[in-house]
Design a protein around this ligand. Structure first.
Ligand code: MN
Length: 354
């Protein structure tokens, strides 16, 4: 089901994603916006392991405890209480860990009291009209005619009770909403489109939205991978890898097939050094976005489903994209010819394709 969704999602969003990759620095999301997006979709995916570093990064990027808490509260309108409460529990654990390390996080301001005496329905209706640019007296959608009560809940609860809490701006709430819905995936594409339109109305650029969708898509793909093969053990520090990588060995030399198979995961931005394999190598890409380069050729972007056939003794490197974890199955045929021959590290210029 997820795979069907990711494929459809890719088709629809390819254009904006491509725009995001080529966006200039001014049109990219700020660190604060990236934090809001990542926190929102990790909450929705139930990805509590991914949520922890996202929460810490949010605090490090200057968000207050109350602002981050508000993203987790906002998310419940889309994911329900269970995911929101688990995210809040995770946040408390992160705050406790940071306190133990001597980090003083700023609580920040709480929501201002509401002085508007109109009904919650009227207030919510007018906030929705303001952020969407669609007049409050426009014809109601079919679902509202069919089930008036849910239209009332939407206006009173989401657009009044939640949106009136001024801990986050309307634009930040809508950024969280798009992130949340992008991670929800299947069958909510009309909602994704309408909230992207609201974000545009609130001043976000198409490029920034493309970046949000790409982040959410990579996060969904990362989650997919964990379902297939185990991530395995973290590799010990090695001069042949620039950072964290994991290996689950699936077929070893001891299996006497003259072939090894391993599931390799690279943390975002991590790659191995230039190297070659006397018997060649086959990479089957399973999740995230990766990079691959053969000596003298351009850097190649790798995505799930890509197959890389590396001939014997061809010098190359492989690794993750800067902002995505990446996993591939590495098949090492003709092991009798010998193991990998390691060479010099890949420079940042080479990695960035400069
Ligand atoms: Mn290799």
């Amino acid at each position: 089901m997820r795979r069907i969704y990711v494929t459809a999602f890719l088709g629809v969003m390819m254009a904006v994603s491509l725009m995001a990759q080529t966006a200039s620095a001014e049109t990219r999301l700020t660190l604060r916006q990236q934090s809001i997006a990542r926190i929102a979709f990790c909450t929705g995916n139930g990805d509590l392991e991914g949520l922890k570093p996202a929460l810490a990064a949010g605090l490090d990027n200057g968000m207050t405890v109350n602002e981050i808490g508000e993203v987790l509260i906002h998310a419940y309108a889309y994911y329900g209480f269970p995911r929101s409460l688990r995210a809040l529990q995770t946040f408390i654990a992160v705050l406790d860990e940071r306190k133990a390390q001597g980090i003083e996080d700023v609580t920040g301001k709480d929501a201002s009291p509401i002085s508007d005496s109109r009904s919650r329905y009227e207030r919510g209706r007018d906030i929705l009209a303001e952020i969407s640019g669609v007049p409050a007296d426009a014809p109601k959608p079919a679902y509202a005619e069919f089930a008036p009560v849910i239209e009332r809940f939407l206006k009173e609860h989401l657009f009044a009770d939640l949106f009136e809490r001024d801990v986050l701006t309307y634009a930040e709430r809508e950024l969280a909403t798009v992130s949340v819905i992008a991670a929800l995936g299947e069958s909510v594409e009309p909602m994704l489109r309408s909230h992207m339109a609201i974000c545009r109305n609130l001043g976000m650029t198409q490029e920034q939205l493309g970046q949000v969708l790409l982040m959410a898509k990579n996060s969904v793909a990362d989650r997919q991978a964990e379902d297939v093969f185990p991530k395995g053990d973290k590799l010990p520090d090695s001069p042949n890898f620039t950072g964290e990588a994991w290996l689950e060995t699936l077929v070893t030399k001891a299996d006497s097939m003259d072939c090894t198979v391993g599931n390799v995961t690279f943390a975002p931005g991590v790659r191995n050094s230039w190297h070659s394999h006397p018997g060649g190598q086959i990479l089957l890409c399973t999740s995230g976005e990766g990079r691959y380069q053969e000596k003298g050729k351009p850097v190649r972007v790798l995505r799930p489903g890509d197959v890389v056939k590396i001939a014997p003794d061809v010098v190359h490197w492989h690794g993750a994209a800067p902002d995505s974890e990446f996993t591939h199955i590495a098949i090492g045929p003709q092991q009798a010819k010998g193991g990998a021959v390691w060479l010099e590290p890949v420079t940042d210029e080479e990695y960035n394709g400069e």
